[in-house]
Design a binder for this molecule. Structure first.
Ligand SMILES: Cc1ncc(COP(=O)(O)O)c(C=O)c1O
Length: 258
């Protein structure tokens, strides 16, 4: 019996001169082995170090989303969230986080060893469900962090949209945060913009991969923003995009991808 879960076949080259594999070659023919492929070989490309089709696909996705970069992630939006949190946060940072967020954020925050300050969602009594985070709640908690830390939080994590389909308006969130920062910097607009640029906004768009294309995501001041989305629920694999509010564009033909 020959197990072939990891085929050391080198496109059939390793079959030459092998007594044990002669039968296999005869039965399947060499062409079968030439078709060998894996997640580290062309044409599938390597997920860990993309240099071919995946690299092109990521560039096309970034272009379409108006992002600086898009990275495809396996293991779902949970992993995308944990990757973003561990990449951008440092131990001891303070983070404003939707209390109704997905559990992966709690894991990500614990792994990054940061201090969460929870944002309470509204309660939709009519339906018995949690809603979005009211802007007043974000402003109130932000003021508390500014007072106690003397610095803005390192990140603000919001769910767009919730499991029940309730969306946030990123433009309104960012404008409200900017207004609080301006008030804190005693009306100095430039200083408020500098502070804003230091805050990472992570919008968990696991259920709303198309959020970036909705009017609610337009007209936002430039700011470092990550979206983690499960494109499996809308288009294809999960991805994490980072953008500075570039306009979204229709996907160009391959030849035009930068
Ligand atoms: C808001 C939100 N974020 C992240 C996830 C995790 O997604 P995945 O199952 O793709 O890891 C879910 C899953 O339900 C979710 O609802």
């Amino acid at each position: 019996m020959i197990t072939c879960h990891t085929l050391p076949l080198a496109f059939g080259r390793s079959l030459h001169g092998s007594r044990t594999l002669d039968d296999l070659k005869e039965f399947f023919s060499e062409n079968f082995f030439r078709a060998e492929t894996s997640a580290t070989l062309a044409p599938l490309d390597s997920l860990l170090h993309p240099g071919g089709t995946l690299k092109t696909a990521q560039a096309r996705a970034a272009h379409a989303f108006g992002a600086d970069r898009t990275l495809f992630v396996t293991n779902g939006t949970s992993t995308a969230n944990k990757i973003v949190l561990q990449a951008v946060l440092r131990a001891g940072d303070t983070v404003l986080v939707d209390r109704n967020c997905h559990i992966s954020h709690h894991y990500g925050l614990a792994l990054a060893r940061v201090r969460p300050v929870y944002l309470e969602p509204s309660y939709q009594a009519e339906f018995g469900i949690a809603g979005a985070i009211p802007l007043g709640e974000i402003a109130g908690r932000l003021r508390e962090v500014l007072l106690s830390n003397g610095n803005p939080p390192a990140a603000i994590l919001l769910t767009n949209c919730t499991f029940d389909g309730i969306c946030v308006k990123p433009a309104s969130v960012v404008r409200r945060v900017l207004a609080v920062l301006k008030e804190w910097r005693e009306g100095d607009e430039a200083a408020a913009h500098d502070e804003l640029a230091r805050i990472v906004f992570l919008f968990d768009e696991a259920w709303f991969a198309a959020a970036r294309f909705s009017p609610s995501s337009s007209n936002i001041p430039p700011w470092p923003r990550f979206s983690s989305c499960a494109t499996s629920r809308a288009f294809a694999p999960a991805c994490a995009s980072t953008s500075r509010n570039r306009p979204t564009r229709a996907c160009p033909p391959c030849a035009k991808v930068p």
